[in-house]
Design a protein around this ligand. Structure first.
Ligand code: AMP
Ligand code: GLY
Length: 425
């Protein structure tokens, strides 16, 4: 069968690679893809926001399955349009994607389902939000309700920062309509982790947990990014805890949606804080994480396309996943100026003719081809993933590969997976 992967980042490159390795798949297509994806898939110049264009393309190529990477098209109804065209899709319909598209909807569902999350209040007016701030103690977290490309969450240590965040939403309108509804929530303390699970509307099969690094600089300093690195599995989150998280978070959420007539099919990604009182949900995403996917999928032995078809068809029941024992460490290489801006057109040196490197996976995110040369074309440029028996060895392998790659202004963290590597000693 032919699979069409929608999106253009490192996550989609990892999905394309797994799709290409599936025993069910003869041809992988991508829209729009990137310079790395083009080495493994047939890329089509159709934007992921062009719903009619994607459906038309899926029809033309006779796609047996369309896999949607990013959240924006899901929230805009891409999965609905694909289903209406009589095709199969991996990714939730619009109503289920609202778990990511509206934080207040997610909170309301969590409260109804008894899912543990930070206490919160919701505001649609500047004055009321400001008045609320005056009545609570710092720190707090201010969140734009809608999709804000990962930038709508502001952790405020002091009152002035919290006020500034509220102003950004309602007065400066930094997040457009996404910021006209605001959540102010309790600031949780603990270790973060990501637990993604495959869902078919009813059944839930967790993937191995992953640890994302959100800040741009070593030691978790500097501004938040889309994610600067990742590792999987997470020693702090052993299988029994994953099981507990599925039963207290994913299952009640999917059940509550089903009670409302909403069928969640795809990946339900819980961003969690492990607090002394137990795991608490920070956010839901309704898709694979980036860079979590680049650290999780290299370890998955089970045929991913078979699993995604089972999700699309409501046939996940009884599936067991099989994983490689090695650890995976993923280092993101970002362009100059990221995350505030990004630099385009810087020549990337050091990769082989396939855009990769021996012994590691090099997933392309913001890359393009210009005059036969590979150049930067976005904030996050490459994700380098390495597998080995220990975190120390996987880390060494990943950074040896990173050392071979070069482009002007490149930025990467040097402390990815340093913590689990140290704990191994
Ligand atoms: P989100 O996009 O909701 O994952 O938020 C981005 C980041 O903000 C998270 O990864 C956390 O580091 C932080 N964050 C979000 N909500 C909270 C919270 N209630 N308490 C503390 N940190 C939070
Ligand atoms: N790594 C965080 C995300 O995919 O949203």
């Amino acid at each position: 069968m032919r699979v069409l992967v929608v999106g253009s980042g490192g996550r989609e490159h990892a999905l394309v690679k797994k799709a290409a390795a599936s025993r069910l798949v003869e041809e992988v297509h991508a829209a729009p893809g990137n310079a790395g994806i083009a080495r493994q898939a047939i890329c089509h110049p159709v934007s992921d926001s062009d719903i009619r264009g994607i459906v038309e393309l899926a029809r033309q190529i006779g796609a047996g399955l369309v896999v949607v990477g990013p959240e924006a098209p899901l929230c805009a109804g891409l999965a609905d349009a694909i289903i209406e065209a009589g095709l199969k899709v991996f990714g939730p319909r619009r109503d289920a994607a609202m778990l990511e598209g509206s934080k207040s909807f997610a909170k309301e569902v969590m409260n109804a389902a008894g899912v543990p999350t930070a206490a919160f209040s919701r505001f649609v007016e500047y004055e009321a939000a400001m008045a609320h701030l005056a009545s609570i103690s710092m720190p707090v977290v201010v969140k734009a309700n809608g999709l804000a490309a990962g930038k709508g969450v502001m952790v405020a240590e002091a009152m002035a920062e919290a006020e500034e965040a509220i102003r950004k939403c309602f007065v400066d309108r930094t997040f457009g309509d996404a910021g006209l509804e605001v959540i102010i929530e309790e600031c949780l303390v603990g270790h973060e982790c990501s637990v993604l699970a495959l869902c078919d509307g009813k059944e839930i099969v967790p993937l191995e947990p992953a640890q994302d690094y959100k800040r741009i600089y070593d030691g978790d300093h500097g501004p938040n990014t889309g994610g600067m690195g990742c590792y999987s599995p997470v020693p702090r989150v052993p299988p029994a805890l994953v099981g507990e998280i599925v039963e207290t978070v994913h299952r009640p959420t999917v059940d509550e949606l089903r009670r409302r007539g909403i069928d969640f099919r795809g990946v339900l990604y819980a961003g969690l804080m492990l607090t002394p009182a137990g795991p608490r949900v920070l956010e839901f995403n309704t898709r694979f994480g980036d860079p979590e996917t680049q650290a999780i999928l290299p370890r998955l032995e089970t045929d991913l396309v078979e699993l995604m078809m089972a999700c699309a068809e409501g046939a996940l029941d009884g599936r067991q996943l099989s994983w490689r024992q090695e650890r995976c460490v993923t280092v993101i290489m970002a362009s100059a100026g990221y995350p505030l801006t990004s630099s385009q057109g810087d020549v990337i040196d050091g990769l082989d003719a396939d855009g990769g490197l021996e012994g590691v996976d090099v997933f392309h995110a913001g890359t393009a081809e210009e005059d036969g040369k590979l150049v930067t074309a976005g904030g996050r440029v490459l994700a380098v993933s390495a597998l080995d028996n220990t975190f120390s060895a996987a880390r060494r392998k990943a950074y040896e590969a990173v050392d071979k790659i070069n482009f002007d202004g490149m930025q990467y963290r040097t402390d990815i997976a340093a913590e689990p590597a140290l704990a191994e000693r």
